[in-house]
Design a protein around this ligand. Structure first.
Ligand code: SAH
Length: 214
């Protein structure tokens, strides 16, 4: 992509995010640093910095920048955070978290998408650890996590994810069938769980069955 066009498109995207209420400068600068066009097919590059979801492989979508920014802002990530993402998809959200300095683990159920995204992220941020598997199970081997972000619409808060959230941790998860309510779940240092809600969103569904082979 032409560097001048890229810079202009990114500047416009950041302005849109500010207008939509994103105030965390660390989040804004992570989105500015991350080249969203690298996560979509080249025929979509002219729309890569518009605030819209775009199609990716396996009939999935890359979330719109304002949703990525909103979830990331709710997550309050800092450099010392170990973060688990459920629903790697294109890898864009994982790369944004990586750009914030977090140690990122991400799980995707689609083998085909997993293989492709692994190849892309290897070049962009090889520190990100990607696993193919069922997000409902989390990643017990690497638990606990300071932060957990779910980027598909969950039917409920998976108990395994809650148990893999560290004391003092935060989980951001859209919950619901069809339309989801964005929830921020906080676990206190002594294990007490509290929940807040942040409006309606529409994500592709978090699917119950195990990792998909086609
Ligand atoms: N964070 C992604 C958004 C991808 S869409 C991005 O930045 O592009 C949500 C993803 O969740 C899809 O790729 C879908 O295959 C995946 N998904 C759905 N159910 C899942 C499950 N049970 N475990 C892991 N991934 C799942």
């Amino acid at each position: 992509m032409d560097p001048y066009l890229l810079q202009g498109a990114k500047r416009k995207m950041i302005e849109t995010l500010r207008n939509k209420g994103i105030t965390d400068e660390n989040v804004l600068s992570a989105l500015e640093k991350t080249d969203r066009h690298l996560f979509v097919e080249s025929y979509l590059w002219n729309r890569a910095y518009d605030d819209v979801p775009l199609p990716i492989q396996c009939a999935q979508t890359i979330s719109q920048p304002s949703t990525v920014a909103f979830q990331t802002q709710l997550l309050s990530v800092n450099k010392s955070c170990k973060v688990l993402e459920i629903g790697t998809g294109s890898g864009y959200q994982a790369a944004v978290l990586g750009a914030m300095g977090a140690k990122v683990f991400s799980v995707e159920r689609h083998v085909e998408l997993f293989v492709r995204t692994k190849e892309i992220l290897q070049k962009i941020d090889p520190k990100i650890i990607l696993k193919c598997g069922d997000g409902f199970a989390g990643l017990p081997v690497f638990a606990p996590f300071d932060r957990i972000i779910v980027t598909c619409g969950a039917p409920n808060v998976p108990p395994a994810l809650l148990s893999q959230l560290a004391p003092g941790g935060i989980m951001v998860i859209p919950v619901g069938l069809g339309t989801q309510v964005m929830k921020r779940i906080t676990k206190s240092m002594d294990g007490v769980v509290t929940e807040e809600t942040f409006g309606d969103f529409v994500f592709v569904p978090m699917l119950e069955n195990k990792s998909k082979r086609t």
